[in-house]
Design a protein around this ligand. Structure first.
Ligand code: GDP
Length: 455
């Protein structure tokens, strides 16, 4: 593998579990005017252009979501990568080089009616030097007249020329078959099946913060529907609770409720069970007791949620006993100790009096929403292009790293992959995360950003 994969984490708290692998990347290369843009538009069917008609956002994108025969991939137009032009052949060679570095398959477009030019040969030399699969598109074969032109492109020595007309769509099906065929093993993966049923919430916090009281307040003892969980610990119990006109599944409430807890000891839940509850939950409400100083244990539970990559809501309980002095101090504590999760929605509640109970569900919904959000590849790259133009990555070791393009490789939680020509400093990656949050939300969810750079 010629790439160095550097997974890192913005918040200094890792997101555990399986990292989403980016979709296969197909880079379109070729000299100007061979029909690259027409081919890109033909492949993506201009779908993204409609979605992303955002005012003030430039239309020249570099990466798109594409699909052929149920196989999804990221289609990259290399056109925008090289701005300083030192001769046409040199420019397209540089583009081909970047493309070969970042793509799984290179789609090399040549104008069959013109034939092989110096620039085409320069591209060929670059591509030959790499071991990336190349699919050769002989474009502008609008009719049978030009078919012999396409045959001449065998002379490039990069394999079979696929005669196509990007303009009319002729031959593009066979071309895309060849592209998909060249994907690395296992690239045709299906989206993981969505789990059916009500959203799953874990109610977490150290002993005595008020979990049991809150659960009782939310459920009302007599309305509780207990759902026994197959294949988990004998005493794991989920409860279906209706809130805000919707059913929610509260995970492993056996550990919370007093009548069960008496059987196993209070601390058992806080330590042992948080992890298993998180595994099954989509979002966690972490309860904290405002009548006491924030404890290390509180922070640890929050970190566990972030590490597990789940949505997070911070609930400050026992607000009824909070006096003014303590309140001011508490705000400072929160600023200091929970700054890393400043993106999490926060509710100040009292399980005892019922204060602000109605704010809990909207907060949970906000987190679930941010956790599930996906940004289309085209929109993401438009945004990134403007961001990088305004604030380029700092020079490192005398070199300016380039961010070629980015994709959101997964959601739940959102995971991004930046394809770069060099290492991006921590500060700059945090800056990207901050701006992603400012412009796209992701409220209530950890975000994971990784880089793919060439060593
Ligand atoms: P758990 O261990 O997290 O489940 O906490 P419990 O629900 O058992 O509550 C611990 C103690 O805090 C109990 O004495 C509750 O009555 C009390 N408590 C819970 N919520 C509140 C609240 O909002 N205000 C006040 N004043 N006391 C509360």
């Amino acid at each position: 593998e010629q790439y160095m994969s550097d997974d890192f984490d913005i918040a200094d708290i890792g997101v555990d579990g399986e990292q989403a692998v980016p979709l296969p990347v197909v880079a379109v290369v070729g000299r100007p005017n061979v029909g690259k843009s027409s081919l890109v538009n033909r492949i993506i069917g201009r779908r993204e252009a409609v979605v992303e008609d955002v005012p003030g956002v430039t239309r020249d994108r570099v990466a798109y979501d594409a699909e052929w025969q149920n196989t999804r991939f990221t289609l990259v137009d290399t056109g925008g990568w090289e701005t300083s032009v030192s001769g046409l052949a040199a420019m397209v060679a540089r583009q081909a080089e970047y493309a070969a570095q970042t793509a799984d398959v290179v789609l090399f477009v040549v104008d069959a009616t013109v034939g092989i030019t110096d620039a085409d040969e320069a591209v060929t030399r670059v591509l030959r030097a790499t071991n990336r699969p190349v699919v050769l598109a002989a474009n502008k074969v609008d009719g049978s007249m030009q078919e012999s032109d396409a045959l001449n492109l065998w002379n490039l020595g990069v394999g079979e020329p696929y005669a196509i007309s990007a303009l009319h769509g002729r031959g593009t099906g066979d071309l895309l078959d060849a592209v998909v065929e060249a994907f690395p093993e296992g690239a045709e993966r299906a989206e993981p099946a969505e789990e059916e049923g009500p959203p799953r919430v874990a109610l977490l916090g150290r002993p005595n913060v008020g979990k049991s009281s809150l659960l009782n307040r939310l459920a009302g003892e007599d309305r509780v529907v207990v759902d026994s969980v197959a294949g988990t610990t004998r005493d794991a119990v989920d409860e279906l609770i209706e809130l805000g006109g919707k059913t929610w599944k509260f995970i492993d409430t056996a550990g919370i409720r007093r009548r069960f807890r008496a059987l196993q000891g209070a601390d058992y839940y806080a330590t042992m069970r948080t992890g298993t509850a998180l595994e099954r939950a989509e979002v966690a409400v972490v309860l904290m007791d405002v009548s006491e100083p924030l404890a290390e244990q509180d922070i640890r539970v929050v970190e566990q949620v972030v590490e597990a990559g789940r949505g997070l809501v911070l609930a400050f309980n026992k607000w009824d006993v909070l006096d003014e002095d303590r309140r001011i101090y508490l705000e400072k504590e929160i600023d200091r100790q929970l700054a890393r999760v400043s993106w999490a929605p926060r509710v100040n509640i009292s399980a005892k009096t019922g204060r602000h109970m109605e704010k809990l569900v909207p907060a949970i919904e906000t987190s679930l929403d941010g956790w599930s959000r996906r940004i289309p590849t085209g929109q993401l790259n438009n945004w990134l292009k403007e961001l990088v133009a305004a604030t380029p990555p700092p020079v490192r070791g005398g070199k300016q790293p380039k961010i070629l393009f980015a994709t959101q490789a997964g959601a739940k939680p959102p995971q991004f992959v930046l394809f770069t020509t060099g290492f991006l400093e921590d500060n700059y990656r945090r800056f990207i995360e901050r701006r992603l949050r400012e412009d796209f939300g992701f409220e209530g969810s950890p975000i994971h950003i990784s880089m793919r750079i060439r060593e």
